[in-house]
Structures are given as C-alpha cells and as structure tokens.
Write a protein that binds this ligand. Structure first.
Ligand code: SAM
Length: 277
C-alpha cells in the first residue's frame, strides 16, 4: 500500500467558494484541484519547469553508493519526480507535500505506477514534519523554497534531517530588483516571498553546514517551459473550459504571463543548485 500520512487537512475546492483559500502562505488556487485539472489537460507532468533534467544531470549522485539511501522530496507535488527517481534508481523515497489535493494525486499516481511501498507521502508543512529515525542522504526540492518566508528555519530543518554527507539538490528563483513591478506582480500572483540575487542561497547553505555547492542560471529553461505551457493553454482552451471554470483558466494564464513578463526584464530568474554537507 502506498502510504499517505495526513498530519493536516488544509484545503477545500476553490470552486465551492469562488475565492482563493490561503494554506499557510500558499494559495490553494495555485496548488489545489483546478491546477491539477489544468495540468492534466495540458499534459504538464511536473509542477516545475526542469522536469527530470536535474535528476539526469546529477545522475551519479542518485546512483552511487548502491542501495539503502534515504531520499526526501520536499514539496513533492503530484509525486511524479519521486516516481521517476524510485523507478530509475530502485530507491525508496519520502515525499512531503503541504497541499492535500496534490498529496492525494501523488498517492494515486504512485499506485498507478505500481510503486506502492517504495514511496511514502506525508501531507504536511515541511517545517512541521517529524520523521522519526530518518536522516536523509539526498534531498530534492524543485521550485518550493520560495514558499518559505524564513529561510533560516528552512535550512536549519534541512540540516537537522540530513545525514553528515548529504546532498541537497533544489531549484528556485532569484531576483535582482524586488521593487520591479513585474517581479512584484509575479510574487503576488504565486504567493512567494522574493529571494535575493543568484548567490542568495549561498549564505544560508554555508550557515547551515552545506559547504560545497554549484548554482546554475536556468532562466532560459524556465521561460521555454512556460512559453510552451502558455501555447498549450491556448490550444486546449475548449478542453480546459470543460475541466475548470473560465475564471480558473484565466487565472492560470495570468500566472504564466506574470512569469514571462518578470523574466523578460532579467530581474527575475530561475536557478538550480546542488550542495553537499
Ligand atoms: C512548484 S510546485 C513543485 C512540485 C514538485 N516539486 C514538482 O517538481 O513537480 C511547489 C509545491 O510545493 C508545495 N509546498 C509549498 N510549500 C510547502 C511547505 N511548506 N511544505 C510542503 N510542501 C510545500 C506546494 O503545495 C506545491 O505542490
């Protein structure tokens, strides 16, 4: 049996109320049922723009040393990346996901992939999670860290949950001008807290015991992904109008437009980081 540990129930279908519901700092209209339906219609497999690419790029880390690694996926969304890693490297994974709707879909996807027993999903806020006896060797987290306002709390938690030689692979955003109007529109639209420039995460990594790291600017991949998703939203408009309300479709397009506008100025971008303890 795939397992979902439900530490909190946080969300309701926004279509019942018509209004976005706040889940901590996350807007449930972004990671709730409408987004899941839209992703299914437009064939958006991962809720991050890099998809499997970081796993392929850092392939050797997942592959060696053999077996018995503990892997954690923070903000695992619909569980697709955890499924990919579990299948490809025959590794057990634990996914922590704050949205109940996303957690439920992750569980269904894991069951469909016959990976029940290999992947555990915990429905909670990462900062509140407690996994007894687990010290993770690899932590992945794609496009999640900007949802944490207190980065020191986040990195202290990551540090406390990882083994002495752990590897942390994450993607997130950077921003060189927090006053830029397009950047502010994006932050508001996605409910994220604005990070600093591309070296912003270095100080948190160092402060919390992650010594060696590489950071890569992945903004062009980010833009390419969202340009493609925008095209699909237009192509699949009739199907989207069956799956979600017109307002939900428009909100999604507006979110994409906020990304494309903010990244056009060069003041907002996307990064991939790999760090070791
Ligand atoms: C952009 S999506 C990325 C999903 C997934 N990593 C992927 O690559 O498909 C961000 C995810 O982080 C989750 N999230 C945000 N804040 C969280 C928190 N404090 N604890 C756990 N999950 C969180 C959201 O619910 C959402 O599913």
């Amino acid at each position: 049996m795939s397992r979902i540990s439900k530490e909190q129930t946080l969300t309701r279908d926004s279509r019942q109320t018509g209004a976005p519901i706040m889940m901590g700092s996350i807007r449930s209209d972004i990671y709730g049922p409408d987004t899941i339906r839209i992703s299914e219609v437009i064939g958006r497999k991962y809720n991050n723009p890099l998809g499997e690419w970081p796993v392929e790029k850092f392939h050797a880390i997942f592959e060696s040393p053999p077996a018995a690694k503990e892997i954690l996926d923070v903000g695992c969304g619909r569980g697709q990346l955890a499924i990919h890693i579990a299948r490809k490297f025959n590794q057990r994974i634990c996914g922590i996901e704050k949205s109940e709707a996303m957690s439920q879909v992750a569980l269904k996807n894991i069951s469909k992939a016959n990976l029940t027993g290999m992947i555990k999903i915990i429905n909670t806020d990462f900062l509140n999670s407690s996994i007894k006896g687990s010290r993770f060797d690899i932590v992945v987290s794609f496009d999640v860290f900007s949802y944490f306002d207190e980065k020191d709390l986040l990195f202290a938690k990551l540090s406390s949950m990882t083994s002495p030689n752990a590897v942390l692979i994450f993607s997130d955003y950077f921003c060189t001008d927090p006053k830029d109007s397009e950047t502010q529109r994006l932050a508001k639209r996605w409910g994220i807290s604005l990070p600093g420039d591309i070296s912003y995460y270095s100080r948190f990594l160092r402060r919390h015991g992650f010594e060696n790291h590489s950071i890569e600017d992945t903004t062009s991949r980010y833009r390419a992904h969202w340009t493609e998703m925008r095209r699909r939203c237009i192509d699949f408009e009739p199907q989207l109008l069956v799956a979600v309300s017109d307002q939900a479709r428009k909100n999604y397009l507006d979110s994409i437009d906020s990304i494309l506008s903010a990244t056009r100025t060069g003041k907002f971008g996307h990064l991939l980081c790999c760090a070791k303890k």
